[in-house]
Design a protein. Structure first.
Length: 259
């Protein structure tokens, strides 16, 4: 299983079991699943003990395990850690391999390569691994599902319209900050300061969108100079879409820093 897929599976499995400060038993979950969740949680807590930034990513998900941005932040961190440490990647795969349970609209997938979605699948592409035919979801809509072996697929995805009022800009900025903080750019301090300013402004009861936009622009400008910036563009595009919708059309120029 690719690291990105393994990290996503890990987050999907762990998140429903999280509560502030630890692990809970999900209704309907077997004892084995509960034990696996605790084993995974303990492994992450032990590995990241003393690292304030990484501990914060996990603790924020404990506070809101349904937040897609907080889930993505943990997934990004896991991908980086697993890429850098093969032994850690093997440990995570061993814990999560074979079984996933997702809270909400319950979905369970068993066996390597299986896919489980606790709810609806919309505007998505899902491909199972070789020798697997298992896909589970409550509703599948406007999506491409591919099972089996040796398939070639061309998939074009057009994003549905997002309303500014539906966007949690604080979560978006936190995720942007998490991605950009990993660049080790020549002006990394300026990047971190710019994103901190954007985050502080976004937390105000009535944030000034232009102030947020200026701070994000400054951070992206410095980040664009980093050698590793290109490798982060995919993740940044996912986050810049809701950011620019919330900011308004005056800030579409932010996309120029990803070109």
């Amino acid at each position: 299983m690719a690291i990105e897929a393994a990290a996503a599976l890990t987050v999907q499995f762990l998140a429903p079991h999280l509560v502030k400060g630890g692990i809970k038993v999900v209704q309907g979950a077997s004892q084995q699943l509960g034990e696996k969740a605790k084993e995974l949680y303990d492994a992450l807590k032990e590995r990241w003990a003393g690292d304030q930034f990484k501990e914060q990513i996990l603790s924020r998900l404990e506070e809101d395990s349904q937040s897609p941005h907080r889930r993505r932040a943990l997934q990004n961190l896991l991908e980086e850690e697993m890429e850098a440490d093969a032994e850690f990647a093997s440990t995570i795969r061993t814990i999560t391999q074979g079984t996933t349970q997702i809270r909400g609209n319950q979905a369970i997938a068993s066996g390597a390569g299986s896919v489980a979605v606790g709810g609806s699948v919309t505007n998505s592409f899902i491909k199972t691994e070789a020798n697997s035919r298992n896909v589970s979801a409550q509703t599948i809509r406007d999506a491409t599902i591919v099972t089996g072996d040796n398939n070639t697929v061309s998939y074009h995805h057009t994003l549905s319209a997002i309303k500014p009022e539906d966007i949690n800009i604080q979560e978006v900025i936190f995720s942007l900050r998490e991605v950009l903080s990993q660049l080790n750019a020549p002006r990394q301090t300026q990047i971190d300061n710019a994103l901190a300013e954007a985050e502080a402004e976004a937390q105000k009861p009535e944030p000034n969108k232009d102030e947020v936009g200026l701070a994000l622009e400054r951070g992206l400008k410095y980040a664009n100079q980093a050698n590793e910036f290109g490798a982060s563009i995919g993740k940044l595009k996912e986050l810049l879409t809701p950011a620019t919708v919330w900011l308004g059309s005056n800030w579409d120029n932010l996309w120029s820093y990803l070109s």
